[in-house]
Design a protein around this ligand. Structure first.
Ligand SMILES: [Zn+2]
Length: 91
């Protein structure tokens, strides 16, 4: 997976909130823009970011009790939450 960003891998218990959305975290990360093009999804070429798959996946992650904001690089927080108040929902 080439995100145009450095990535890390980690281990979580499968039955933990994060473990239950591990696949969704991968999907969410694949729809993150690069630092040079913060309004373009590298996966959904025709869509501006945040794209629908990103928003739907962020909602799924949030619904499982995991803070989606903690999975988004800080340089993109201003794009998602221009009032500078990170919300638990990305939509
Ligand atoms: Zn996308």
């Amino acid at each position: 997976m080439n995100l145009g960003r450095d990535i890390v891998a980690t281990v979580a218990a499968a039955d933990s909130p994060l473990g239950q959305v591990a696949r969704a975290v991968d999907v969410l990360s694949s729809h993150l823009p690069t630092p040079r093009q913060p309004r373009a999804c590298p996966f959904c070429l025709a869509s501006r970011w945040p794209c629908r798959p990103f928003l739907d996946t962020a909602q799924h992650i949030t619904d499982h009790g995991v803070d989606a904001a903690s999975l988004v690089p800080r340089d993109l927080h201003q794009v998602l939450w221009p009032d500078n108040k990170p919300a638990t929902r990305a939509s």
